[in-house]
Design a protein around this ligand. Structure first.
Ligand SMILES: [Zn+2]
Ligand SMILES: [Zn+2]
Length: 127
């Protein structure tokens, strides 16, 4: 039993199962003859269309999420190293007040000016 390559789908099937297809005007494999290949193509096309044209609110959602993420970054207290000490300088996200922060003792816990919680400093690699 020798296989032949179908011109329509590129798949190989036993040569004797190929049949002449009216629309394709050539011999095709059983899958194409039964219309499966065409069905799959149509399905793929509609799926591609969906990806190409997402509903408007979807794109906007992405955008809003991005903006929210950027705002979150902005609102985070900023830490910077104080040269020659084990302390860092913390800039409060709310009142922009700068104060010394001890990352080892985790002190102070709140901003001395406005009492906003100081976020936990996760990375010590700036020390
Ligand atoms: Zn085929
Ligand atoms: Zn503050």
């Amino acid at each position: 039993m020798s296989n032949a390559i179908c011109k329509i789908c590129g798949g190989s099937s036993p040569a004797e199962t190929f049949k002449l297809h009216y629309n394709y005007r050539c011999v095709v494999c059983p899958k194409c003859f039964s219309g499966r290949t065409e069905q799959l193509k149509k399905q793929q096309q509609t799926q591609e269309k969906k990806i190409e044209r997402p509903p408007g609110w979807d794109a906007e959602d992405d955008y809003l999420e991005q903006v929210a993420r950027m705002r979150k970054d902005e609102n985070q207290a900023q830490f910077s190293k104080i040269a020659g000490t084990s302390q860092v300088k913390c800039r409060c996200s709310k009142c922009k007040y700068s104060f010394k922060y001890d990352p080892f003792r985790k002190m102070p816990r709140t901003c001395p000016f406005c009492n906003t919680d100081v976020p936990r400093l996760k990375t010590f690699n700036l020390l």
